[in-house]
Design a protein around this ligand. Structure first.
Ligand code: HEC
Ligand code: HEC
Length: 398
Protein backbone atom coordinates (compact mmCIF):
# COMPACT_ATOMS: atom_id res chain seq x y z
CA UNK A 1 0.00 0.00 0.00
CA UNK A 2 2.77 2.38 1.01
CA UNK A 3 4.58 1.60 -2.20
CA UNK A 4 1.50 2.18 -4.25
CA UNK A 5 0.93 5.59 -2.74
CA UNK A 6 4.49 6.72 -3.10
CA UNK A 7 4.45 5.50 -6.69
CA UNK A 8 1.29 7.47 -7.35
CA UNK A 9 2.97 10.57 -5.93
CA UNK A 10 5.97 10.09 -8.16
CA UNK A 11 3.74 9.65 -11.19
CA UNK A 12 1.81 12.81 -10.38
CA UNK A 13 5.02 14.73 -9.77
CA UNK A 14 6.52 13.52 -13.02
CA UNK A 15 3.33 14.54 -14.76
CA UNK A 16 3.61 18.03 -13.34
CA UNK A 17 7.28 18.30 -14.19
CA UNK A 18 6.86 17.06 -17.72
CA UNK A 19 3.82 19.25 -18.22
CA UNK A 20 5.76 22.32 -17.17
CA UNK A 21 8.94 21.48 -18.99
CA UNK A 22 6.99 20.67 -22.11
CA UNK A 23 5.13 23.94 -22.29
CA UNK A 24 7.70 25.49 -24.56
CA UNK A 25 7.72 22.56 -26.97
CA UNK A 26 3.92 22.79 -27.26
CA UNK A 27 4.41 25.70 -29.60
CA UNK A 28 6.06 23.54 -32.22
CA UNK A 29 3.62 23.26 -35.11
CA UNK A 30 2.47 19.83 -36.24
CA UNK A 31 4.43 18.87 -39.31
CA UNK A 32 3.03 20.09 -42.59
CA UNK A 33 3.48 16.84 -44.45
CA UNK A 34 0.23 15.07 -45.33
CA UNK A 35 -0.40 11.35 -45.18
CA UNK A 36 -0.48 9.68 -48.60
CA UNK A 37 -3.26 7.10 -48.75
CA UNK A 38 -4.56 4.85 -51.54
CA UNK A 39 -7.91 5.80 -53.18
CA UNK A 40 -9.41 2.50 -52.16
CA UNK A 41 -8.40 1.51 -48.63
CA UNK A 42 -5.99 -1.39 -48.31
CA UNK A 43 -7.49 -4.71 -47.33
CA UNK A 44 -6.72 -5.08 -43.62
CA UNK A 45 -9.57 -7.53 -43.01
CA UNK A 46 -8.06 -10.51 -44.83
CA UNK A 47 -4.85 -12.13 -43.59
CA UNK A 48 -2.17 -12.25 -46.33
CA UNK A 49 -1.98 -16.05 -46.23
CA UNK A 50 -3.95 -19.05 -45.12
CA UNK A 51 -2.93 -19.90 -41.62
CA UNK A 52 -3.33 -22.43 -38.81
CA UNK A 53 -4.74 -19.91 -36.32
CA UNK A 54 -7.24 -17.04 -36.18
CA UNK A 55 -4.93 -14.05 -36.44
CA UNK A 56 -7.33 -11.28 -35.45
CA UNK A 57 -8.67 -13.07 -32.39
CA UNK A 58 -12.34 -12.23 -31.97
CA UNK A 59 -12.12 -8.84 -33.71
CA UNK A 60 -13.54 -7.98 -37.07
CA UNK A 61 -11.26 -5.52 -38.83
CA UNK A 62 -12.82 -2.61 -40.72
CA UNK A 63 -10.62 -1.27 -43.52
CA UNK A 64 -11.51 2.40 -42.97
CA UNK A 65 -11.04 2.21 -39.21
CA UNK A 66 -7.67 0.53 -39.68
CA UNK A 67 -6.70 3.16 -42.26
CA UNK A 68 -7.41 5.93 -39.74
CA UNK A 69 -5.49 3.88 -37.18
CA UNK A 70 -2.50 3.67 -39.51
CA UNK A 71 -2.36 7.47 -39.84
CA UNK A 72 -2.68 7.95 -36.07
CA UNK A 73 -0.04 5.27 -35.42
CA UNK A 74 2.53 7.14 -37.51
CA UNK A 75 1.47 10.68 -36.66
CA UNK A 76 3.97 12.55 -34.50
CA UNK A 77 1.20 15.09 -33.80
CA UNK A 78 -0.04 12.67 -31.17
CA UNK A 79 2.96 13.51 -29.01
CA UNK A 80 3.31 16.62 -26.96
CA UNK A 81 6.39 17.87 -28.83
CA UNK A 82 5.40 16.54 -32.28
CA UNK A 83 8.45 14.34 -32.49
CA UNK A 84 7.31 10.89 -31.44
CA UNK A 85 4.76 8.47 -32.88
CA UNK A 86 4.04 4.83 -32.14
CA UNK A 87 6.10 4.07 -35.23
CA UNK A 88 9.17 5.75 -33.74
CA UNK A 89 9.65 2.82 -31.39
CA UNK A 90 7.59 0.14 -33.14
CA UNK A 91 9.40 0.19 -36.50
CA UNK A 92 8.13 -1.97 -39.35
CA UNK A 93 11.67 -2.72 -40.50
CA UNK A 94 12.55 -4.11 -37.05
CA UNK A 95 9.53 -6.38 -36.76
CA UNK A 96 7.64 -3.52 -35.07
CA UNK A 97 10.18 -3.23 -32.26
CA UNK A 98 13.41 -1.23 -32.43
CA UNK A 99 17.10 -1.91 -32.02
CA UNK A 100 17.76 -0.21 -28.73
CA UNK A 101 17.86 -1.52 -25.19
CA UNK A 102 15.65 1.40 -24.14
CA UNK A 103 13.90 3.77 -26.54
CA UNK A 104 13.84 7.52 -26.80
CA UNK A 105 10.52 9.06 -26.03
CA UNK A 106 9.92 12.74 -25.47
CA UNK A 107 12.79 15.10 -24.75
CA UNK A 108 15.27 12.26 -25.14
CA UNK A 109 14.18 10.54 -21.94
CA UNK A 110 14.31 6.75 -22.12
CA UNK A 111 11.61 4.12 -21.70
CA UNK A 112 12.01 1.93 -18.62
CA UNK A 113 11.90 -1.27 -20.65
CA UNK A 114 12.81 -2.71 -24.03
CA UNK A 115 10.29 -2.05 -26.82
CA UNK A 116 8.21 -5.12 -27.65
CA UNK A 117 7.27 -6.42 -31.07
CA UNK A 118 3.58 -5.90 -31.84
CA UNK A 119 2.60 -8.52 -34.42
CA UNK A 120 -0.39 -10.83 -33.87
CA UNK A 121 -1.59 -8.84 -30.87
CA UNK A 122 -5.15 -10.01 -31.64
CA UNK A 123 -4.13 -13.48 -30.47
CA UNK A 124 -2.66 -12.26 -27.18
CA UNK A 125 -4.33 -11.89 -23.82
CA UNK A 126 -1.80 -9.90 -21.78
CA UNK A 127 0.18 -6.83 -22.76
CA UNK A 128 3.40 -5.16 -21.63
CA UNK A 129 6.34 -6.92 -19.98
CA UNK A 130 4.46 -7.09 -16.69
CA UNK A 131 1.12 -8.06 -18.31
CA UNK A 132 -0.50 -5.01 -16.75
CA UNK A 133 -3.07 -4.59 -19.54
CA UNK A 134 -5.44 -7.19 -20.88
CA UNK A 135 -7.30 -5.38 -23.65
CA UNK A 136 -5.81 -3.63 -26.62
CA UNK A 137 -8.41 -0.87 -27.07
CA UNK A 138 -7.65 0.57 -23.66
CA UNK A 139 -3.98 -0.29 -23.81
CA UNK A 140 -3.09 1.71 -26.88
CA UNK A 141 -3.98 4.95 -25.13
CA UNK A 142 -1.42 4.14 -22.44
CA UNK A 143 1.71 5.07 -24.42
CA UNK A 144 0.12 8.34 -25.49
CA UNK A 145 -0.53 9.19 -21.87
CA UNK A 146 2.85 7.97 -20.68
CA UNK A 147 4.96 11.09 -20.25
CA UNK A 148 8.15 9.39 -21.36
CA UNK A 149 6.76 7.86 -24.50
CA UNK A 150 4.44 10.47 -25.97
CA UNK A 151 3.56 12.92 -23.25
CA UNK A 152 -0.12 13.66 -23.69
CA UNK A 153 -1.75 12.67 -20.42
CA UNK A 154 -4.78 14.85 -20.92
CA UNK A 155 -7.19 13.08 -23.26
CA UNK A 156 -9.20 16.26 -23.89
CA UNK A 157 -6.05 18.00 -25.02
CA UNK A 158 -5.27 15.08 -27.31
CA UNK A 159 -8.78 15.03 -28.79
CA UNK A 160 -8.57 18.76 -29.38
CA UNK A 161 -5.20 18.45 -31.05
CA UNK A 162 -6.40 15.72 -33.44
CA UNK A 163 -9.60 17.65 -34.17
CA UNK A 164 -7.61 20.65 -35.38
CA UNK A 165 -5.54 18.73 -37.93
CA UNK A 166 -7.27 19.09 -41.29
CA UNK A 167 -6.66 15.61 -42.70
CA UNK A 168 -8.51 13.93 -39.81
CA UNK A 169 -12.20 14.93 -40.26
CA UNK A 170 -12.61 13.03 -43.57
CA UNK A 171 -10.83 10.01 -42.10
CA UNK A 172 -13.11 10.01 -39.05
CA UNK A 173 -16.16 10.33 -41.33
CA UNK A 174 -15.06 7.32 -43.37
CA UNK A 175 -14.24 5.28 -40.29
CA UNK A 176 -17.04 6.22 -37.92
CA UNK A 177 -19.62 8.12 -39.99
CA UNK A 178 -19.01 11.48 -38.30
CA UNK A 179 -16.28 14.04 -37.75
CA UNK A 180 -16.55 13.78 -34.00
CA UNK A 181 -13.19 13.01 -32.41
CA UNK A 182 -13.12 11.11 -29.13
CA UNK A 183 -10.26 9.40 -27.39
CA UNK A 184 -12.30 6.20 -27.47
CA UNK A 185 -12.39 6.33 -31.26
CA UNK A 186 -8.70 7.17 -31.40
CA UNK A 187 -7.98 4.14 -29.24
CA UNK A 188 -10.25 1.90 -31.28
CA UNK A 189 -8.73 2.96 -34.59
CA UNK A 190 -5.17 2.49 -33.43
CA UNK A 191 -6.10 -0.85 -31.87
CA UNK A 192 -7.67 -2.02 -35.15
CA UNK A 193 -4.58 -1.05 -37.09
CA UNK A 194 -2.31 -2.73 -34.55
CA UNK A 195 -4.45 -5.88 -34.58
CA UNK A 196 -4.35 -5.93 -38.36
CA UNK A 197 -0.56 -6.31 -38.24
CA UNK A 198 -0.57 -10.08 -38.50
CA UNK A 199 2.40 -12.28 -39.12
CA UNK A 200 1.44 -15.51 -40.86
CA UNK A 201 4.06 -15.77 -43.58
CA UNK A 202 7.22 -17.10 -41.98
CA UNK A 203 9.09 -20.24 -43.01
CA UNK A 204 7.74 -21.68 -39.76
CA UNK A 205 4.11 -20.96 -40.76
CA UNK A 206 4.80 -22.48 -44.17
CA UNK A 207 6.16 -25.63 -42.48
CA UNK A 208 3.17 -25.89 -40.14
CA UNK A 209 0.74 -25.48 -43.04
CA UNK A 210 2.37 -28.44 -44.84
CA UNK A 211 1.37 -30.79 -41.99
CA UNK A 212 -1.71 -33.01 -42.05
CA UNK A 213 -3.17 -31.23 -39.02
CA UNK A 214 -1.46 -27.83 -38.80
CA UNK A 215 -3.69 -26.69 -35.93
CA UNK A 216 -2.32 -29.37 -33.62
CA UNK A 217 0.81 -28.53 -31.61
CA UNK A 218 1.92 -32.09 -32.34
CA UNK A 219 2.78 -30.89 -35.84
CA UNK A 220 5.77 -29.10 -34.28
CA UNK A 221 7.31 -32.46 -33.50
CA UNK A 222 7.82 -33.76 -37.03
CA UNK A 223 10.47 -32.50 -39.44
CA UNK A 224 9.32 -29.76 -41.82
CA UNK A 225 10.00 -30.45 -45.50
CA UNK A 226 10.80 -26.76 -46.16
CA UNK A 227 13.46 -26.64 -43.38
CA UNK A 228 17.10 -27.54 -43.82
CA UNK A 229 18.81 -29.96 -41.45
CA UNK A 230 19.98 -27.31 -38.97
CA UNK A 231 16.56 -25.68 -38.80
CA UNK A 232 14.89 -29.03 -38.14
CA UNK A 233 17.45 -29.85 -35.46
CA UNK A 234 16.83 -26.44 -33.85
CA UNK A 235 13.10 -27.03 -33.95
CA UNK A 236 13.56 -30.40 -32.26
CA UNK A 237 15.72 -28.82 -29.53
CA UNK A 238 13.22 -26.02 -29.02
CA UNK A 239 10.13 -28.21 -28.74
CA UNK A 240 11.67 -31.38 -27.28
CA UNK A 241 15.16 -31.59 -25.89
CA UNK A 242 15.40 -28.20 -24.18
CA UNK A 243 11.62 -27.72 -24.11
CA UNK A 244 11.76 -23.96 -24.63
CA UNK A 245 8.15 -24.33 -25.76
CA UNK A 246 7.01 -25.01 -22.19
CA UNK A 247 7.02 -21.23 -21.91
CA UNK A 248 7.35 -20.07 -25.53
CA UNK A 249 4.23 -21.90 -26.72
CA UNK A 250 1.20 -21.24 -28.87
CA UNK A 251 1.02 -19.59 -32.24
CA UNK A 252 3.47 -16.78 -31.37
CA UNK A 253 5.88 -18.88 -29.31
CA UNK A 254 5.02 -16.61 -26.42
CA UNK A 255 3.65 -17.02 -22.93
CA UNK A 256 0.05 -16.26 -23.71
CA UNK A 257 -0.88 -19.66 -22.34
CA UNK A 258 1.09 -19.34 -19.11
CA UNK A 259 1.73 -17.01 -16.21
CA UNK A 260 4.66 -14.56 -16.20
CA UNK A 261 7.98 -16.22 -15.44
CA UNK A 262 11.23 -15.59 -13.64
CA UNK A 263 14.00 -16.99 -15.84
CA UNK A 264 16.89 -16.22 -13.49
CA UNK A 265 18.19 -13.33 -15.52
CA UNK A 266 19.50 -11.67 -12.36
CA UNK A 267 19.79 -12.74 -8.72
CA UNK A 268 18.84 -9.28 -7.59
CA UNK A 269 16.48 -7.74 -10.16
CA UNK A 270 16.88 -4.03 -10.88
CA UNK A 271 13.40 -4.03 -12.44
CA UNK A 272 11.11 -6.16 -10.28
CA UNK A 273 8.63 -6.82 -13.07
CA UNK A 274 5.09 -7.89 -12.38
CA UNK A 275 3.88 -6.87 -8.93
CA UNK A 276 1.90 -9.12 -6.59
CA UNK A 277 2.78 -12.45 -4.97
CA UNK A 278 3.77 -15.85 -6.34
CA UNK A 279 1.98 -19.17 -5.70
CA UNK A 280 3.60 -19.39 -2.25
CA UNK A 281 2.44 -15.93 -1.24
CA UNK A 282 5.98 -14.52 -1.56
CA UNK A 283 6.34 -11.06 -3.13
CA UNK A 284 7.11 -11.55 -6.83
CA UNK A 285 10.50 -10.50 -8.13
CA UNK A 286 11.66 -10.71 -11.75
CA UNK A 287 8.42 -12.11 -13.22
CA UNK A 288 8.01 -11.06 -16.85
CA UNK A 289 5.84 -11.90 -19.84
CA UNK A 290 7.30 -14.63 -22.03
CA UNK A 291 7.75 -12.60 -25.21
CA UNK A 292 6.65 -13.63 -28.68
CA UNK A 293 9.57 -14.97 -30.72
CA UNK A 294 8.08 -13.93 -34.05
CA UNK A 295 10.61 -11.77 -35.91
CA UNK A 296 13.00 -12.24 -33.00
CA UNK A 297 16.03 -12.12 -35.32
CA UNK A 298 15.17 -8.46 -35.97
CA UNK A 299 14.35 -7.25 -32.48
CA UNK A 300 17.74 -7.22 -30.73
CA UNK A 301 18.71 -6.33 -28.06
CA UNK A 302 16.82 -8.88 -25.98
CA UNK A 303 14.94 -9.27 -22.68
CA UNK A 304 12.92 -6.64 -20.80
CA UNK A 305 16.12 -4.70 -20.19
CA UNK A 306 17.85 -5.30 -23.53
CA UNK A 307 20.79 -6.95 -21.79
CA UNK A 308 21.73 -9.33 -24.63
CA UNK A 309 22.81 -8.04 -28.02
CA UNK A 310 22.57 -11.22 -30.07
CA UNK A 311 20.57 -14.44 -30.20
CA UNK A 312 23.82 -16.31 -29.54
CA UNK A 313 24.13 -14.46 -26.22
CA UNK A 314 20.55 -15.38 -25.31
CA UNK A 315 21.21 -19.06 -26.08
CA UNK A 316 24.41 -18.99 -24.03
CA UNK A 317 22.44 -17.50 -21.16
CA UNK A 318 20.00 -20.43 -21.20
CA UNK A 319 22.89 -22.86 -21.64
CA UNK A 320 25.08 -21.73 -18.79
CA UNK A 321 24.01 -18.41 -17.34
CA UNK A 322 20.72 -18.94 -15.49
CA UNK A 323 21.02 -17.42 -12.02
CA UNK A 324 19.86 -19.17 -8.82
CA UNK A 325 17.04 -16.76 -8.05
CA UNK A 326 14.79 -18.22 -5.30
CA UNK A 327 11.76 -17.69 -7.55
CA UNK A 328 13.33 -19.18 -10.67
CA UNK A 329 10.65 -20.92 -12.76
CA UNK A 330 10.38 -24.66 -12.34
CA UNK A 331 10.99 -25.30 -16.00
CA UNK A 332 14.53 -23.95 -15.66
CA UNK A 333 15.50 -25.82 -12.48
CA UNK A 334 17.21 -29.19 -12.22
CA UNK A 335 14.85 -32.12 -12.16
CA UNK A 336 14.71 -32.55 -8.38
CA UNK A 337 13.28 -29.06 -8.29
CA UNK A 338 10.72 -29.65 -10.98
CA UNK A 339 12.81 -29.00 -14.06
CA UNK A 340 13.81 -31.15 -17.00
CA UNK A 341 15.58 -34.48 -16.65
CA UNK A 342 19.37 -34.12 -16.53
CA UNK A 343 19.48 -35.80 -19.93
CA UNK A 344 16.86 -33.35 -21.21
CA UNK A 345 14.69 -36.09 -22.60
CA UNK A 346 11.62 -33.92 -22.35
CA UNK A 347 9.76 -31.91 -19.80
CA UNK A 348 9.06 -33.50 -16.44
CA UNK A 349 6.74 -31.22 -14.58
CA UNK A 350 6.79 -31.99 -10.88
CA UNK A 351 4.60 -29.63 -9.00
CA UNK A 352 6.01 -30.62 -5.60
CA UNK A 353 8.67 -27.96 -5.57
CA UNK A 354 11.36 -28.30 -2.93
CA UNK A 355 10.97 -25.66 -0.23
CA UNK A 356 12.44 -22.35 -1.28
CA UNK A 357 14.90 -22.25 1.61
CA UNK A 358 16.79 -25.25 0.25
CA UNK A 359 18.26 -23.07 -2.46
CA UNK A 360 17.70 -23.05 -6.17
CA UNK A 361 19.61 -25.13 -8.66
CA UNK A 362 19.40 -23.70 -12.16
CA UNK A 363 19.68 -26.09 -15.04
CA UNK A 364 22.78 -26.41 -17.08
CA UNK A 365 21.81 -27.49 -20.57
CA UNK A 366 25.27 -28.62 -21.78
CA UNK A 367 24.54 -27.59 -25.36
CA UNK A 368 27.07 -28.44 -28.06
CA UNK A 369 28.24 -25.74 -30.47
CA UNK A 370 26.10 -27.36 -33.16
CA UNK A 371 23.01 -27.30 -30.94
CA UNK A 372 23.49 -23.60 -30.17
CA UNK A 373 23.81 -22.82 -33.88
CA UNK A 374 20.75 -24.96 -34.66
CA UNK A 375 18.62 -23.08 -32.12
CA UNK A 376 19.63 -19.79 -33.73
CA UNK A 377 18.87 -21.21 -37.19
CA UNK A 378 15.40 -22.23 -35.99
CA UNK A 379 14.72 -18.81 -34.42
CA UNK A 380 15.58 -17.20 -37.76
CA UNK A 381 12.78 -19.16 -39.46
CA UNK A 382 10.38 -17.00 -37.44
CA UNK A 383 11.14 -13.91 -39.54
CA UNK A 384 8.23 -12.70 -41.65
CA UNK A 385 9.53 -10.75 -44.63
CA UNK A 386 6.02 -9.94 -45.88
CA UNK A 387 4.92 -8.07 -42.79
CA UNK A 388 8.18 -6.11 -42.84
CA UNK A 389 7.60 -4.75 -46.32
CA UNK A 390 3.82 -4.69 -46.76
CA UNK A 391 2.90 -1.11 -47.77
CA UNK A 392 -0.38 -1.23 -45.85
CA UNK A 393 1.59 -1.27 -42.59
CA UNK A 394 4.08 1.40 -43.65
CA UNK A 395 4.40 5.04 -42.63
CA UNK A 396 1.93 7.07 -44.78
CA UNK A 397 3.81 10.30 -44.04
CA UNK A 398 6.94 9.12 -45.91
C1 HEC B 1 9.14 5.75 -26.86
C2 HEC B 1 8.91 4.44 -27.41
C3 HEC B 1 7.48 3.93 -27.58
C4 HEC B 1 6.41 4.58 -28.18
C5 HEC B 1 6.38 5.98 -28.74
C6 HEC B 1 5.33 3.63 -28.18
N1 HEC B 1 5.71 2.45 -27.60
FE1 HEC B 1 4.58 0.75 -27.43
N2 HEC B 1 6.00 -0.06 -26.25
C7 HEC B 1 7.19 0.55 -25.92
C8 HEC B 1 7.80 -0.15 -24.80
C9 HEC B 1 9.11 0.22 -24.13
C10 HEC B 1 6.93 -1.23 -24.48
C11 HEC B 1 7.07 -2.18 -23.30
C12 HEC B 1 6.61 -1.35 -22.10
C13 HEC B 1 6.46 -2.09 -20.81
O1 HEC B 1 6.30 -3.31 -20.81
O2 HEC B 1 6.47 -1.44 -19.76
C14 HEC B 1 5.80 -1.13 -25.41
C15 HEC B 1 4.72 -2.03 -25.46
C16 HEC B 1 3.69 -1.96 -26.37
C17 HEC B 1 2.66 -2.98 -26.57
C18 HEC B 1 2.55 -4.30 -25.82
C19 HEC B 1 3.10 -5.44 -26.64
C20 HEC B 1 3.05 -6.77 -25.94
O3 HEC B 1 3.36 -7.79 -26.58
O4 HEC B 1 2.72 -6.86 -24.75
C21 HEC B 1 1.82 -2.51 -27.55
C22 HEC B 1 0.61 -3.23 -28.15
C23 HEC B 1 2.30 -1.19 -27.93
N3 HEC B 1 3.44 -0.90 -27.21
C24 HEC B 1 1.67 -0.36 -28.85
C25 HEC B 1 2.01 1.00 -29.00
C26 HEC B 1 1.16 1.98 -29.66
C27 HEC B 1 -0.17 1.69 -30.32
C28 HEC B 1 1.81 3.19 -29.58
C29 HEC B 1 1.34 4.55 -30.04
C30 HEC B 1 0.07 5.00 -29.50
C31 HEC B 1 3.08 2.94 -28.89
N4 HEC B 1 3.14 1.62 -28.54
C32 HEC B 1 4.06 3.91 -28.69
C33 HEC B 1 7.74 1.66 -26.52
C34 HEC B 1 7.01 2.61 -27.20
C1 HEC C 1 10.48 -20.61 -17.77
C2 HEC C 1 9.95 -20.14 -19.03
C3 HEC C 1 10.92 -20.04 -20.20
C4 HEC C 1 11.67 -21.04 -20.80
C5 HEC C 1 11.73 -22.52 -20.44
C6 HEC C 1 12.40 -20.40 -21.88
N1 HEC C 1 12.08 -19.06 -21.94
FE1 HEC C 1 12.83 -17.72 -23.24
N2 HEC C 1 11.94 -16.19 -22.21
C7 HEC C 1 11.10 -16.35 -21.11
C8 HEC C 1 10.83 -15.07 -20.52
C9 HEC C 1 9.92 -14.81 -19.30
C10 HEC C 1 11.57 -14.12 -21.25
C11 HEC C 1 11.69 -12.62 -20.93
C12 HEC C 1 12.52 -12.50 -19.65
C13 HEC C 1 12.92 -11.10 -19.25
O1 HEC C 1 12.92 -10.19 -20.07
O2 HEC C 1 13.27 -10.94 -18.06
C14 HEC C 1 12.25 -14.87 -22.32
C15 HEC C 1 13.02 -14.29 -23.33
C16 HEC C 1 13.57 -15.00 -24.41
C17 HEC C 1 14.16 -14.40 -25.57
C18 HEC C 1 14.30 -12.90 -25.83
C19 HEC C 1 13.12 -12.38 -26.62
C20 HEC C 1 13.04 -10.88 -26.71
O3 HEC C 1 12.32 -10.40 -27.59
O4 HEC C 1 13.65 -10.16 -25.91
C21 HEC C 1 14.56 -15.42 -26.41
C22 HEC C 1 15.23 -15.29 -27.76
C23 HEC C 1 14.22 -16.67 -25.76
N3 HEC C 1 13.61 -16.37 -24.54
C24 HEC C 1 14.48 -17.94 -26.26
C25 HEC C 1 14.35 -19.10 -25.50
C26 HEC C 1 14.94 -20.38 -25.85
C27 HEC C 1 15.73 -20.66 -27.12
C28 HEC C 1 14.63 -21.26 -24.84
C29 HEC C 1 15.05 -22.70 -24.67
C30 HEC C 1 16.47 -22.94 -24.62
C31 HEC C 1 13.82 -20.51 -23.88
N4 HEC C 1 13.69 -19.22 -24.31
C32 HEC C 1 13.27 -21.07 -22.73
C33 HEC C 1 10.60 -17.56 -20.66
C34 HEC C 1 11.18 -18.81 -20.94
Amino acid sequence: MVNRWSLATVVILLGVISFNSCKKTDDIQPRKRLPVLPDEPYDYATPPNETFFVPFGDSVIDNDVATLGRVLFYDVSLSRNNRVSCGTCHRQINGFADNRAFSNGLLDSLTGRNTQTIVNTGTQVGFFWDLRESTLDHMVLQPIANHIEMGIADTLYMEDKVRKIDYYPPLFVKAFGSEEVTSKKIGRAIAQFVKSIVSVSTKYDEGRMMQVNPVSNQSNLVDFANYNEMENLGKHLFFRKFACSQCHGGVNLDGSLSAPKNIGLEVDYVDNGMPGVDEFGVKRDGFFKTPSLRNVALTAPYMHNGVFNTLEEVIEFYNSGIQPHPQLSQELRVREQGGLTPEHLGPVIDFNLVPLNQGTLPQKMFMTAQEKAALVAFLKTLTDYEVLTDPKFSDPFK
